[in-house]
Design a binder for this molecule. Structure first.
Ligand SMILES: NC(=O)c1ccc[n+]([C@@H]2O[C@H](COP(=O)([O-])OP(=O)(O)OC[C@H]3O[C@@H](n4cnc5c(N)ncnc54)[C@H](O)[C@@H]3O)[C@@H](O)[C@H]2O)c1
Ligand SMILES: C[C@@H](O)[C@H](N)C(=O)O
Length: 417
C-alpha cells in the first residue's frame, strides 16, 4: 500500500515495507525498513531525524515542489484530505442547486477550515462560505468563498443569509473555556448574545442550524465516567454555562418553532494543521508540536488528568454525517460523541514509542486544572451510535501516529518552500 509517495527530495516512501533513497545521480535506490521493526514507527523516526538534520541518509535540503500524489491511507490521513462520509461520492461536478448552501461562522478557528474543506468536497466549493471577524490567511482566502461576519451584528448576519440563499448554518464562533474565564464579559457576549442572533435568524429563514456543545457543558456534580446524555449539568465556567444555554435554547426553538436545531457535544479536539483557540484540552495538541520541534514539553495539567478526546477527522466526519441525517432518525437534538480518553501520562507514553527522547515536565495551571477536574472523563454516546450510525475511527495509537506523521510532514513541506 502506498502511503506518502514523496515526502522529501531524498526519500520516497513506496510501501509500508520499503522506502527509497535518492542516490548521487538523482535515481532512487530501494531500501528496506532498517530503523525499526515497525514500518510506521520507522518511517516517523526517519522523518523526525530528517527534521532535526541528523538522519544518515538525509541529502540536501528539500527543494522545489513536494506533492502528495495519492490520497493518504487511514492512519496517515490529513485533515485537509478528509475521507468521504460512507455512501457518498466526492463532488466533482456539483451544481449550485443540488446542494445545501452552508455558512460557517467563526470559521478561522481550530475546526472551521477543515470542516469547510470537507463540506466543499460534498457540496461544491461555492456552496460553502467561511466567515469570521479575522482576516483569513492566503491559502484560506484563495480556496473558496470567505466573508466577514460578526455574529453580534444581527443585520449583517441576516444580509449574508438572504443574499447568499443560505440553507444550513454551522455556528462555530465561540470563546473557549480558558479564554472565557479570563474575559467573562466577552464570553457572555459572543457565546450567549451571539447564539441568540443565530437562532433568531435560523428560525426566520427556516435554516438547519448546527451548534457544537462540549464536554465543558458538564460540571463537578455530573457523573464523570462515563457521562450520560441526560444528567445533572451544573458547569462552573462561563463557557460551560453558555453551552448549556445553547443546548436548551436550541431545543426550545425546535419544539416551539420547529427549528431544525442540531447539536453535538464534542470532546477535546486534536488537530495537526490548525491551532486550538484557548481551551483546557489544548495541551494535547501542543505536546505533538513540542515533541517534534524541541523534544521538550511543559504540560499545564496534572499527569493523571483524564479527559475525553477526539481526532479532528472523526469530529468533522461526525458533524457532516449528523447534519445529513434524516430528521426522523433523530430521537434527540443534542448528542454526546465519544472516541478515546487519556491522561497526559498516557499520551506521553504513546509518543515515547516513537520519540523516546521526549521530555515532559509539569507546571500546573490552577485555572485549567480546576476546569479539567470538573469535566467528564468519558462520554456515553450509544444514542448517536444507534440513531445516526456514529462510529469513531481513531484511538490513541492511531492518533499519535497520525499527528506525528502529519506534523513532521508539514514541517518538511514548510522547509521546502
Ligand atoms: N476545539 C475543541 O476542542 C472544541 C471542543 C468542543 C467544542 N468546540 C466548539 O466548536 C466550535 C469551534 O471551536 P474552535 O476550536 O474552532 O474554536 P476557536 O476558538 O479556535 O475559534 C473560534 C472562532 O470564533 C471567532 N469569533 C470570535 N468572536 C466572533 C464574533 N463576534 N463573530 C464571529 N466570529 C467570532 C474567532 O475569531 C475564532 O476564529 C466552538 O463553538 C467550540 O465551543 C470545540
Ligand atoms: C473541550 C473544548 O470545549 C475546548 N477544547 C476547551 O478546552 O475549552
Amino acid at each position: 500500500m502506498v502511503l506518502i509517495p514523496h515526502i522529501h527530495d531524498s526519500i520516497q516512501l513506496v510501501t509500508n515495507q520499503m522506502y527509497m533513497i535518492k542516490d548521487d545521480k538523482g535515481g532512487y535506490q530501494p531500501q528496506g525498513w532498517k530503523l525499526s521493526s515497525s514500518p510506521q514507527r520507522g518511517f516517523m523516526m526517519l522523518v523526525v531525524q530528517l527534521q532535526r538534520g541528523v538522519a544518515r541518509h538525509a541529502g540536501s535540503r528539500p527543494r522545489g515542489s513536494v506533492e502528495r500524489l495519492i490520497s493518504p491511507a487511514r492512519g496517515i490521513s490529513s485533515s485537509s484530505q478528509q475521507p468521504s462520509a460512507p455512501g457518498r461520492t466526492q463532488c466533482s461536478s456539483c451544481t449550485d442547486t443540488d446542494h445545501p448552501k452552508v455558512l460557517i461562522t467563526g470559521g478561522l478557528g481550530q475546526l472551521g477550515v477543515g470542516l469547510a474543506k470537507l463540506l466543499r468536497r460534498h457540496f461544491g466549493k461555492n456552496n460553502v462560505i467561511l466567515s469570521d471577524i479575522r482576516k483569513p490567511p492566503n491559502h484560506v482566502y484563495h480556496n473558496g468563498p470567505f466573508i466577514f461576519s460578526d455574529i453580534l451584528d444581527c443585520k449583517n448576519l441576516r444580509e449574508i443569509v438572504v443574499n447568499n440563499n443560505i440553507s444550513w448554518l454551522v455556528h462555530y464562533s465561540a470563546v473557549l473555556s480558558a479564554v472565557g474565564e479570563n474575559n467573562i464579559a466577552l464570553a457572555r457576549e459572543v457565546n450567549i448574545t451571539g447564539l441568540h442572533n443565530i437562532l433568531d435568524i435560523a428560525t426566520e429563514h427556516g435554516l438547519r442550524v448546527f451548534v457544537p456543545s462540549t464536554i465543558g457543558a458538564f460540571g463537578p456534580s455530573s457523573p464523570r465516567d462515563p457521562t450520560p446524555e441526560l444528567c445533572v449539568q451544573r458547569p462552573r465556567t462561563i463557557y460551560g454555562v453558555s453551552k448549556v444555554h445553547a443546548e436548551l435554547m436550541g431545543e426550545y426553538y425546535h419544539h416551539r418553532y420547529g427549528l431544525d436545531f442540531r447539536c453535538l457535544r464534542y470532546p477535546g479536539i486534536i488537530s495537526a494543521d490548525s491551532q486550538p483557540g484557548g481551551g483546557t484540552t489544548d495541551y494535547a495538541v501542543q505536546i505533538f508540536h513540542a515533541a517534534v520541534k524541541t523534544g521538550h514539553f511543559e504540560c499545564n495539567l496534572r499527569s493523571d488528568t483524564r479527559l475525553p478526546m477526539m481526532y479532528i477527522d472523526d469530529c468533522l466526519r461526525a458533524t457532516v454525517e449528523f447534519l445529513e441525517a434524516p430528521a426522523d432518525s433523530l430521537a434527540n437534538r443534542t448528542y454526546n460523541i465519544n472516541a478515546m480518553s487519556f491522561t497526559p501520562h498516557d499520551l506521553t507514553q504513546e509518543i515515547h514509542k516513537v520519540l523516546p527522547d521526549l521530555k515532559v515536565t509539569y507546571n500546573v495551571d490552577p485555572v485549567r486544572q480546576a476546569i479539567a477536574d470538573s469535566w467528564p472523563m468519558a462520554l456515553e454516546d450509544s444514542a448517536a451510535r444507534r440513531d445516526w450510525g456514529w462510529k469513531h475511527e481513531f484511538n490513541l495509537p492511531e492518533l499519535v501516529q497520525t499527528m506525528l506523521t502529519h506534523i513532521t510532514t508539514g514541517n518538511q513541506l514548510a522547509q521546502a518552500y
